[in-house]
Structure formats: structure tokens, C-alpha cells
Ligand binder design. Structure first.
Ligand code: FAD
Length: 673
């Protein structure tokens, strides 16, 4: 149990920690444009490898959560754990800023459990800034980048050489990472009012300026630029919500958090004593009537013929009402924005109606008839660059040394942005060092790999969000084993340099091994034992022999569908009072390692054969026609003819080639020998 462990020190509450340190005339290995979630991770991974400069519009905004005050969730929580396994910023900061924590899907299998932390916005931001301020090799400059310096290499290919700022300063670098979020060509909208901006300053009418000059640069360089939109709900005065009428959402009693090193040190989350409660309300028929009645006052967008292309899985309240007319209510979670604030975020209620209509909509909900809006919600429509033009390193195919990461690549969400930041920063750092290796996380190694591979091979037509269903290796890519999958790789590429993190990894490995071994050795009695298609079935089990029961190892018993590690440990404890349960830190890993052992073994084989198949050379003289490929789709045939991939892995990265198409191609090449 974690409950006996001490609380670590709280982070400083002053969020404005970063100071401008750049001196005119200094050049860098990498320049990162933007200090959002992608930018912070790119700064962190790049600065472990090379001298790095962050240029961002406002240093005080570094680490700002622009929309929801939470980190993680299903799929997203997996990404945060992976970012942390690679010594990124987000997991550490999320633990320091956390004021409410839940393991989502707790009752489902470990593969789909998602850690989610509610953040105190100021604590989160100050934690990010304090982590970055301790990095060596990292300078900061407050300002806007207005242009890129582009040159040609010896082969006549375009390469980036640096940036030009709004003061006209030219700063040189070997690599540039662009992480401008929703700012590129940003237009903010509330009702029928449209105004230029990247986002509003938190809880305020003041607007941060859009990045229009840089948008022009990308268009000038012929990048495939499109428009996407997203929205944020109004912020509410919590003192005017009737909480007595609403359902409570408490935090987990033993919150695990995200940071592997903190867990290794046995520390609890620092703000646990002050954890807040969230509440649940819902829309109703009156809310829906208002949403439809005032539809004509919603903004008209540039994209999707005026409708705008927004996040499908995080739709506005109007979209939900329109799409599901049969529903009589939609949940709304009321999430306080921190420990010492009365501001509340109504999750699920974005909808950029004029402020007075937003007020009516909020007041129509249960427990909210008197609730005041402090700041109305709004939408932002912005330029994104289709990531189909990127390599797996997130370097652009057209301009060497230029990397993109975050919302600019068409994703939505802090975690997706941060995950790309790690990859782009690491590759930019390697390139500037002259290290020819590429830091690529495979689809079989992590959700970071799934995310990047989906983006660069399929491109984006609507905001991309991570789900566990996007991975074909869900049983192996779990939130609980991110360190076991990725930390070693981070060390190999020089982005994990913290000895304590490596020590934590080694100790976890040993603990998991010990836990599994103990289950193999311990034997107990099971009645009605049978095996069905590789699954272990059985009825009741206990430490004492009953009529017709059979003796089985705890390892086998745990593989029965209804048995948990906790059940088995209770019996082990009753047999031996010195028995020590597996720590909370490794509980899920031990359980999943045993429970899924048969499937994991099969999956490992599939992964292995795919890894080998990716390198399969495709003879250059192959004729892509109907005689050779009678069952391949016409579109795939044309694509293969056009791109003539050198390996099966190359064929996989062509947008439009299906997994079935790859199977035909692989069979043909193998048959030809
Ligand atoms: P950001 O966090 O936006 O950071 C971009 C940074 O770049 C900023 O610091 C900015 O100052 C800097 N910058 C921009 N241009 C320049 C320049 N030329 N020079 C120097 N610095 C520059 N996410 C969700 O998951 N769900 C939602 O519902 C949702 N709704 C949102 C609603 C709104 C109104 C906004 C603004 C954002 C919303 N988000 C939502 C998106 C979330 O904020 C982003 O996914 C996330 O912040 C993206 O991270 P990023 O690092 O790519 O960009």
C-alpha cells in the first residue's frame, strides 16, 4: 500500500519561473518554436543531446493548459506514461500538479486501464517551468518567430538554417522544431463574432496573437496546409453551483500517478491532502431545445463548408444534440480548476454560442439554475500541416532539419502533442549532433509509435486523438509497463540520462520477476478445473483440499478469467503471515504478465514476424500488374507502381496500402524467392 509513504515536497506556486537567457548572436543545435506541450517535450529531449533554444510568445505561458484541466485518460494516459518512461516533462509535472486522480476502466483488463489526473492549473504550469529551468543546455527567448531561414544543401535539397524573429533577429540552428499549436493562422470565434488570435489568456478576455507570418511561410514553401477547429467551454463560478443536488466524483483512495521515479521512491502525490471532489450533472430536454433554437448564432468556419472540422470524439454540445436526437441527456463533469480557486470547468459543454446563450444553456442544467459564467467559451480555427509530408522522425520530407510536432500536425490534446514533441526533439537533437541514428518508436513498442505512424502514413483529415483501439498490440502496450518497454531505448539514444530512472527500471524488472516466480511456486486447490481453447477455467479455489479439487499453481489459477491477483494474494497471505504483496507500483504488471501470458506469447511472435517482414527486400524489377497481383486493389497497384517501395516497411508507409495488400505483396515476394 502507498498509504504509509510520505508526501514529497510541493512545487513552488509561482508559475513564472522562466527567465530570458538567450544572448543575441548565439547559435544553437536546435531551436524549438513554441512552449506548449509539444514544445516543452521537444525542449527536454533535444537539450539532453544538444544546445537548444526555446522561442515562445510569452514565457509566463509555458506549460499552460489551454483547455481542460486534466492530463491522461484512456489511451492518453498510456502516452503520458510513455513520455515519462523517456524522461519527459509531462508525467512528472502532472504528478506535481495533480489534485484528483482516477484510474479509468479500473474494473476492466489492465490493457485498457487509463490513468487520469485532474490538474491545478498553476501548480502544473509551475512544475513544467521548474523542470525546464533546471535543464542545462537550454536557453529561452520571449518573442515570435516570423520566418524560417531556408538554404540548399550540396544536393540542391532545401534545408533549414534558422529562424527570423519579430524583432528581425536571425538566429541560426542545425534543426528547427515548430510546435505552434492552435496559433498558426488562428481565428477565435464566439457567436457570430470572429477575431484573430491563437487562444485567450486564461480566464480572461485578453487574446494571445495568432502566428500569421509563419503560416504564410509554410504556404510559401508549398506545404499541404488545411484548417481544423476546436473549442473550449465557458468557465463557471463554483460558488454558484448547487453541489448538494449533484452526484459526487471522488478521487481514488490510492492514486498512482504517472512518474515512474516518484513511484520507485515510494512517494505519494504531493497534494493528496488537498485533493478536490468533482461533480456530475447532465443536459436535459430544455438544454437541447436551447442548443437547437440558437443554432443560427453559431460561428461559420472556413473549413468543411462553414461547419468547421472539429474533434469527432470531443464534439461541441450542439454537435452531440444534433447527432443523437434520441438522447435525453449528455453527462457533464464539473471539474474544479485547482485547489485554491472557485473556477469550475464544465467538461463536455463546449459550444461557442454568444455569451448570453451560453449562460441560458448552463442555467438549464440540474444544480446550475443560479450558476454564473465567469468567462464564456469560444472556438478556435487554425492552420495545420498535413503530417503525410513528414518522416517517422517528424522531420519534413521537403525541408531537411525542419521538424513539426503537436497540434500543428492535426492532432488534438496535450498528450498527443507532448508525445510528438519527445520524438521531434530527440531527432532534432541527434541530427544537430551529427548522429545519423533516428529515434523511432515502433508501433509494437508504444502508443507514441502508433500515433506517429498513423499520422505520417495516413495523414489527417480531422483532429486525431489517441484511443487504445488504434493499437494492434493492446495487450503488450499497457500503461503499467511503459518503462519496461521504452526506458532502455531512451538510454540508448541519449535522451534518458537520469541514473535514478534506470535504477527504478531495473528494480521494477526484478520485482515483476519475483512476483511472477512466487505465483509459479505457490500451489492451491481448484474445483471443476478445465481448459477451453487455451483458457484456464475453473470454479472455486482455496488453500485446502476439497472433494474432487485439483492442485494447480497460482500462476495457472490467475489465468482463469474471473480471478484477480488480489484474490490470490489474500490466500497467500492467509498461508504465510510473512508474505508480502506485490507493491502497488508493480501490481498491474505482474497481473497482466501472468493473465495474458498465452496471448502475449502469441503477440510477441506476431510482432517478431512483422519486424522481420518489414525489412523484407522487394526486388526492384517487380512488375506491378494484374498477372502478378490478381487480387490487389487497383488503387494499391497504382500506388506500388508509382512509389516502387524498396522494402515491405516502405510499402507499409504508403498511404492507401492496406494490411491485406501488404500480405499479398509479402506472399508474392517470398514465393519469387
Ligand atoms: P499549444 O499548447 O497551443 O502551444 C503553442 C505554443 O506556441 C504557445 O506557447 C504559443 O505562444 C507558441 N507560438 C505560437 N506561434 C508562435 C510563434 N510564431 N513564435 C513563437 N511562439 C509561438 N485539446 C483537447 O484535447 N480537447 C479540447 O477540447 C481542446 N479544446 C481546445 C480549445 C481551445 C480554444 C484551445 C486554444 C485549445 C484546445 N485544445 C483542446 C487543444 C490543446 O490546447 C492542444 O491540443 C495542446 O495545447 C496542443 O499543444 P501544442 O504544444 O501543439 O500547442
Amino acid at each position: 500500500s502507498l498509504s504509509t509513504f510520505p508526501l514529497p515536497p510541493k512545487p513552488p506556486s509561482n508559475p513564472n519561473i522562466l527567465k530570458q537567457t538567450h544572448e543575441q548572436g548565439t547559435s544553437y543545435g536546435t531551436i524549438v518554436i513554441g512552449g506548449g506541450h509539444a514544445g516543452c517535450e521537444a525542449l527536454s529531449s533535444s537539450s539532453t543531446l544538444t544546445s537548444t533554444l526555446c522561442i515562445t510568445q510569452k514565457l509566463s505561458q509555458v506549460g499552460e493548459l489551454s483547455c481542460n484541466p486534466s492530463i491522461g485518460g484512456i489511451g492518453k494516459g498510456h502516452l503520458v506514461r510513455e513520455i515519462d518512461a523517456l524522461d519527459g516533462v509531462m508525467g512528472k509535472a502532472a504528478d506535481l500538479g495533480c489534485c484528483h486522480f482516477r484510474m479509468l476502466n479500473e474494473r476492466k483488463g489492465t490493457a485498457v486501464r487509463g490513468p487520469r489526473g485532474q490538474m491545478d492549473r498553476d501548480l502544473y504550469k509551475s512544475a513544467v517551468q521548474s523542470i525546464l529551468s533546471e535543464k542545462c543546455n537550454l536557453d529561452f527567448l520571449e518573442g515570435a518567430v516570423e520566418d524560417l531561414i531556408i538554404d540548399f544543401d550540396v544536393n540542391g535539397e532545401k534545408v533549414v538554417k534558422g529562424v527570423v524573429t519579430n524583432t528581425g533577429e536571425q538566429i541560426l540552428a542545425d534543426a528547427v522544431v515548430v510546435t505552434t499549436g492552435t496559433f498558426l493562422g488562428g481565428t477565435l470565434m464566439c457567436g457570430l463574432e470572429r477575431y484573430s488570435g491563437g487562444r485567450h489568456l486564461r480566464d480572461s478576455e485578453a487574446v494571445e496573437p495568432p502566428s500569421n507570418a509563419l503560416s504564410k511561410t509554410f504556404r510559401g514553401l508549398n506545404f499541404d496546409v488545411g484548417r481544423l477547429k476546436t473549442g473550449t467551454p465557458p468557465r463557471l463560478n463554483g460558488d454558484t453551483i448547487d453541489y448538494d443536488l449533484l452526484e459526487k466524483q471522488g478521487s481514488d483512495s490510492e492514486p498512482i500517478g504517472f512518474d515512474h521515479v516518484r513511484q520507485f521512491n515510494g512517494l505519494r502525490l504531493p497534494n493528496e491532502k488537498d485533493f478536490i471532489t468533482c461533480y456530475k450533472t447532465a443536459t436535459n430536454e430544455e438544454t437541447h431545445r436551447l442548443c437547437l433554437e440558437y443554432e443560427h448564432l453559431l460561428p461559420r468556419y472556413d473549413g468543411a463548408e462553414g461547419d468547421g472540422m472539429g474533434p469527432r470524439y470531443c464534439p461541441s454540445i450542439y454537435k452531440k444534440v444534433q447527432r443523437f436526437p434520441e438522447r435525453t441527456g449528455h453527462n457533464c463533469f464539473l471539474e474544479p480548476e485547482g485547489i485554491n480557486t472557485n473556477i469550475v470547468y464544465p467538461n463536455g459543454m463546449s459550444g461557442p454560442y454568444p455569451p448570453e446563450i451560453q449562460q441560458k444553456i448552463i442555467n438549464s442544467m440540474y444544480g446550475m439554475s443560479e450558476t454564473e459564467i465567469i468567462v464564456p467559451g469560444y472556438d478556435v480555427e487554425y492552420d495545420f500541416i498535413n503530417p503525410i509530408g513528414l518522416k517517422h522522425t517528424l522531420e519534413t520530407k521537403d525541408v531537411g532539419g525542419l521538424y513539426l510536432a503537436g497540434q500543428i500536425c492535426g492532432t488534438t490534446g496535450y498528450e498527443e502533442a507532448a508525445a510528438q514533441g519527445v520524438v521531434a526533439g530527440a531527432n532534432a537533437g541527434l541530427k544537430s549532433k551529427g548522429d545519423e541514428r533516428e529515434f523511432i518508436v515502433g508501433r509494437d513498442e508504444g502508443y507514441i509509435g502508433v500515433l506517429v505512424d498513423d499520422l505520417v502514413t495516413k495523414g489527417v483529415t480531422e483532429p486525431y486523438r489517441m484511443f487504445t483501439s488504434r493499437s494492434e498490440y493492446r495487450l503488450s502496450l499497457r500503461a503499467d509497463n511503459a518503462d519496461l518497454r521504452l526506458t532502455r531505448k531512451g538510454v540508448e539514444y541519449g535522451i534518458v540520462t537520469d541514473d535514478e530512472r534506470v535504477e527504478a527500471l531495473e528494480e521494477r524488472k526484478r520485482e515483476v520477476e519475483r512476483g511472477v516466480e512466487a505465483l509459479e511456486k505457490f500451489r492451491l486447490f481448484v474445483s471443476e478445473w478445465s481448459e477451453k481453447g487455451g483458457d484456464k477455467m475453473g470454479g472455486t479455489f482455496s488453500s485446502s483440499k476439497k472433494k474432487s479439487s485439483v492442485k494447480k499453481s497460482a500462476h495457472e489459477v490467475l489465468r482463469m478469467p474471473h480471478v484477480t491477483l488480489g484474490d490470490i494474494e489474500n490466500i497467500m497471505k492467509s498461508e504465510d503471515d510473512k508474505f508480502q504483496s506485490v507493491s502497488l507500483n508493480s501490481h498491474d504488471t505482474v497481473e497482466a504478465t501472468v493473465k495474458y501470458s498465452a496471448y502475449l506469447h502469441r503477440q510477441e511472435k506476431d510482432m517478431d514476424s512483422w519486424r522481420k517482414a518489414q525489412g523484407l527486400l522487394i526486388p526492384p524489377d517487380i512488375v506491378y500488374d494484374r498477372t502478378n497481383f490478381p487480387t490487389l486493389k487497383e488503387e494499391e497497384l497504382q500506388l506500388l507502381k508509382k512509389f516502387r517501395p524498396g522494402t515491405l516497411g516502405d510499402a507499409n508507409s504508403i498511404q492507401g496500402i492496406t494490411p491485406q495488400g501488404l500480405v499479398y505483396l509479402q506472399q508474392f515476394v517470398r514465393k519469387r524467392g
